[in-house]
Design a binder for this molecule. Structure first.
Ligand SMILES: Nc1nc2c(ncn2[C@@H]2O[C@H](COP(=O)(O)OP(=O)(O)OP(=O)(O)O)[C@@H](O)[C@H]2O)c(=O)[nH]1
Ligand SMILES: [Mg+2]
Length: 565
């Protein structure tokens, strides 16, 4: 920490706290779990330690006693204080919740939520085994200005202990690391010590339970290990293996340690050096850690964009496929063709129609008059065919989009939680039917409007609005691009014939316009329907909010802290 503007630094760290808490990591991507843990650690350390420390640099120094289970942490704290403030035991691990010992004068610093705000304060003897609590104990044996916190172990099988002890160590001005002659080379403590060294945290080591005959050797070895890890400056306090008196180490054996703690407490400068060293180290680590979280947030944004795109593509493809089938005559085959032939017959009439528009005009009325059959079955067949097409492409789109999600990072969980996404909405066929009815109404309206603008001819009357509507549907289902009105002979020429018949009544320009309108109206309906279907995917994504802006905010806040520290 430098002498830059402390208020600016505090404000920047406050912003960083908000921004880190605001980053969204809801999608299960590779590394997300790790990123969530990093974010939690970052946010906790800012709340537990960095912010309170920046707000009051002169608050008591908090020394957290950490180490392996059974190393004698609680025994040591009791011995330093000269009374049993923390339970010790033979069952591993013993300590589950933390105990914070401080001088009476310092009470105000710890009763409130200034530090470790997540932990409930428990006073006195009460059962303090809830890991979410910290028991506050006052002691005259400790000097004012320094508090000791007995933490759970860092390495037992109890996961809650491990995470709480790490949280507590992250809130320390000073790590008081307790290890034993038997276990000082264990891996877990060294991983933590290395991290502390890298960060610049103030660390002191207590080498406990040392057999007198091994003292020299073990101490030298431990010192060299510490040097290797960049902790050569950390003081080592050795405590000989002795018989406990009232469960405590006799004062003479912890004299050096208590003496050092006393001098630290009474020397404002020395205390400030320890405090600022750890604080500077932590402040220096913030940008990198925040950037790591921001990167994870950015990966979420990217993954989410991919997830958004997949259903869009699927439903666009479905709409394209429907449009294509309406163009290429697919809808005019099979049942439709059969009904059409029923209506107009085959062969001769068709050939006569192809011979020329003029002749058609002359013959239509005659040809149709007196026929018993109606255009209804044809209209039915047309609509049923189109409806089936629209429904099936809607179903394909749903399963395509869901399958894409299954294979995209972060998407699999959503599909697993909402298996219904893989199928079209249950009421899709119903809605398609309604859509076709609406469209039919519009087609008839087109015919009526066009007919109304000219006199009601005999030919018009011969077909009736419904019959002409059916013809218009046929033309609409066979147009290439809709605008050219190209006379493509499809499905036995039914489209050409329908077009000729309509043209005979309305003229070719009007027929082109009507067919284009009819076609576009239907595609418009289908597009809206598919939009609704796709919205189910959008809603599923809304439940996993990922805001790019929260990532940007975190990056900016991290850079501001870096500039202000
Ligand atoms: N003889 C002797 N026994 C000790 C000493 N320190 C601790 N013990 C015993 O070792 C056992 C564990 O001590 P604790 O103080 O409970 O250890 P801890 O590090 O707090 O353990 P956890 O709370 O589980 O993390 C207890 O039975 C203590 O009585 C010591 O210096 N000498
Ligand atoms: Mg303990």
């Amino acid at each position: 920490m430098t002498d830059k503007d402390p208020a600016a630094l505090l404000a920047a760290v406050e912003r960083l706290r908000e921004a880190a808490g605001g980053v969204d990591l809801p999608l299960e991507l590779e590394g997300t779990e790790q990123a969530r843990a990093s974010r939690k650690e970052l946010v906790q350390q800012l709340d537990d330690y960095v912010l309170p420390r920046l707000r009051s640099l002169d608050a008591p120094l908090l020394a957290v006693v950490g180490g392996s289970t059974g190393a004698g942490k609680s025994t040591l704290v009791n011995s330093v204080v000269g009374e049993e403030v923390s339970r010790t035991g033979v069952i591993r691990p013993t300590t589950r919740a933390s105990v914070l010992v401080h001088h009476e004068q310092d009470t105000r610093w710890f009763t409130g939520k200034r530090v470790l705000p997540e932990l409930a304060r428990v006073a006195g003897e009460g059962a303090a085994d809830d890991p979410g609590s910290v028991r506050l104990v006052t002691s005259d044996a400790l000097p004012a200005g320094l508090a000791l916190l007995d933490a759970p172990d860092i390495d037992s099988v109890v996961r809650a202990n491990r995470s709480l002890s790490r949280q507590l160590l992250a809130a320390a001005d000073l790590w008081l690391f307790v290890t034993t002659a038997a276990r000082y080379a264990d891996a877990v403590p060294w991983d933590l010590l290395r991290a502390a060294a890298e960060r610049g945290t103030s660390v002191a080591i207590v080498l406990n339970r040392v057999p007198p005959e091994a003292l020299q050797q073990v101490r030298i070895h431990l010192a060299s290990l510490l040097r290797d890890q960049g902790l050569g400056q950390s003081p080592i306090f050795t405590v000989l293996e002795v018989d406990l008196v009232d469960g405590r180490i006799p004062p003479v054996h912890v004299e050096r340690l208590t003496g050092w703690l006393d001098s630290l407490a009474s020397d404002a400068r020395a205390r400030s050096v320890v405090i600022r060293r750890t604080l500077a180290g932590t402040l220096g680590s913030l940008e990198e850690r925040a950037t790591g979280v921001a990167d994870a947030g950015a990966a979420q944004v990217a993954a989410r964009e991919v997830l958004e795109q997949a259903p869009r593509t699927a439903y666009q493809d479905a709409l394209k496929a429907v449009a294509e089938s309406m163009r290429d005559g697919t809808l005019l085959r099979g049942e439709v063709l059969a009904r059409w032939q029923e209506l107009v017959g085959t062969g001769e009439f068709l050939r006569s129609v192809e011979a020329g528009v003029g002749r058609v005009r002359d013959r239509i009325g005659a040809w149709f008059s007196g026929k018993q059959i109606t255009s209804e079955p044809l209209g039915e067949a047309l609509q049923t065919g189109a409806a089936a097409l629209i429904t099936s492409h809607g179903q394909v789109a749903a399963s395509t989009a869901a399958r894409a999600w299954k294979h995209e990072p972060g998407g699999a969980d959503i599909v697993r939680e909402q298996p219904g996404l893989a199928k079209a909405s249950p009421d899709l066929p119903e809605r398609v039917e309604r859509l076709m009815r609406d469209w039919q109404g519009e087609v008839l309206e087109l015919v009526r409007e066009e007919a109304g603008s000219r006199r009601a001819t005999a030919r018009y009357l011969a077909f009736g609005v419904n019959g002409l509507g059916v013809l218009l549907m046929i033309v609409a289902f066979s147009m290439t691009g809709g605008l050219l009105g190209t006379e493509i002979a499809i499905a036995g020429g039914s489209a050409v014939l329908a077009q000729r018949l309509l043209e005979a009544i309305f003229g070719d320009q009007a027929v082109r316009t009507m067919a284009t309108k009819a076609r576009e109206a239907l595609l418009g309906h289908v597009e809206r329907l598919y939009d609704d279907e796709r919205a189910r995917f959008d809603r599923a994504l809304e439940e996993v909010p990922v805001r790019e802006q929260s990532v940007t905010a975190l990056r900016e806040a991290a850079a501001q802290v870096e500039a202000a520290r």
